[in-house]
Ligand binder design. Sequence first.
Ligand code: FE
Length: 345
Amino acid sequence: MSNRLQSRTLPSVCCVLLASLLAPPALADGEVNIYSARKEDLIKPLLDDFSQQTGITVNLVTGKETELLQRLQSEGINTPADLLLTSDAGRLTAARQAQVLQTIQSEALEKHIPAAYRDPDGYWYGLSVRARPILYAKDRIKPTALSTYEDLAAPRWKGKLCVRSSDSIYNQSLVAGMIAHHGEANTETWAKGLVANFARSPKGGDRDQIKAIAAGECDLTLANTYYLGGMLTSSDQAEQQAATQVAVFWPDAKTTGVHVNVSGAGVTAHAKNRDNAVKLLEFLASDQAQRWYADVNNEYPVNPAIPPSATLKAWGAFKADTLNVAKLGELNAEAIKLMDRAGWK
Ligand code: FE
């Protein structure tokens, strides 16, 4: 009796297992459709790896964060999307609140992603960590003069601060974190002090604040470190030059820690390829994918087993805020109103 025939006599679960082990990956079926706010070049090589390993075809649609969420909402049950990839816990929470995501329970995801970096109910999972510390002008500010986010509202920093507008989800999430730690009244007093210290009316993105420091318009800003990392390795000489004028200060080391956020993903509420979407999510959180996923955008791996890149290591270790980032999304509306009352344009 041949082995092949013998296998037929085994219980069916064994046969299915055997068949899947013997089948070449390319024959495994199915596809998975992604709506991604993460740019194609920041994800495509990983998706190719995933396809090669599993035989699952990946279809990628990229777009702006708000557009993709609106599209999911308007498509409703007819959406082709199985997985939404976007940045900031504020936006991931907005997607949950818009009911376009579903809960996923997965041992692999829980093992690889610390609880603070995923939705408590499993609607979305963080895949990379970004830090938003203080950046300062190397030639004008002594790091020993810096301490906390709270201190940036002190009168001695009048006219020294450049910050982007309150439309930025990054600033909204930072303020939401302040509310979570210090309460609304204290945070409002702080925000008013911060606004009083602005060197100019908020404009531009994080990179523009770094350039403004280099140009001498201001001495301090709040920015996500991956922008600084991107500028330091930029092919644009002016950008690279500006970035070398600026250094990172990790605030709140003795208290609540540095404000951190995530980019992440959630399986859509009406996913037609749910199992493949979960497989892809688990793949992106795996040790193998995590190193590349974080490094390519100068972010920190969400998976604590993977060390950060050399660029990030050069800025030193820091204490990260341990608040669950989902809280930043929950307090988003409160943060926006507070920034408005504080006159943060
Ligand atoms: Fe960004």
